[in-house]
Write a protein that binds this ligand. Structure first.
Ligand SMILES: [Zn+2]
Length: 162
């Protein structure tokens, strides 16, 4: 950590979580440090995803993890920091899965998401990337980009868990 203190932003009426975050114009040292902090905070809070507004910064950067199979087990195989991510293609097919969020500690519920998508983003080295994700990994991206637009998964619940 860079010695900065971050506060995990919580609750659906939190103005930081409800703001449309600003596009990042340049990747400087401060942003690189912040990106590292974001990844560490994600794991520290036992998260599989974390967006900048969730730690109090309204800028368009997300930390994500990707799952895959390793020795027959479904595990986290990768992590990706995305700056100014944009979904540029989506599948018509949707999947329904249970989501949770560090910012909404008491909430859980099913959300319908596109099964696969293409996302374009700038990586931490400043290179524009274009990648395809599906299933859980696509859900992560959609949940996180929603955070950058002030949207929470509870806005999209299909059915509340009893
Ligand atoms: Zn979330």
């Amino acid at each position: 950590m860079t010695g900065k203190k971050y506060i995990i932003q919580t609750w659906t009426n939190n103005p930081i979580l409800r703001t449309i975050s600003d596009k990042i114009e340049k990747i400087d040292e401060e942003l690189m440090h912040f990106a590292g902090d974001l990844v560490r905070l994600m794991y520290k809070n036992k998260g599989v995803w974390l967006a900048a507004p969730q730690v109090g910064k309204n800028i368009r950067i997300i930390a994500t993890t990707q799952r895959g199979e390793k020795k027959g087990k479904d595990v986290i195989i990768d992590e990706t920091i995305m700056i100014n991510p944009n979904i540029t293609a989506i599948s018509a097919d949707c999947i329904l899965s249970e989501e949770a969020c560090i910012s909404l500690p008491d909430e859980k519920g099913k959300v319908r998401r596109h099964k696969s998508l293409i996302v374009e983003y700038t990586d931490i080295k400043g290179h524009r990337q274009k990648k395809k994700f599906k299933d859980f990994n696509a859900t992560v991206i959609q949940h996180e980009i929603d955070h950058l637009d002030g949207i929470l998964f509870t806005d999209k619940l299909v059915k509340k868990r009893k």
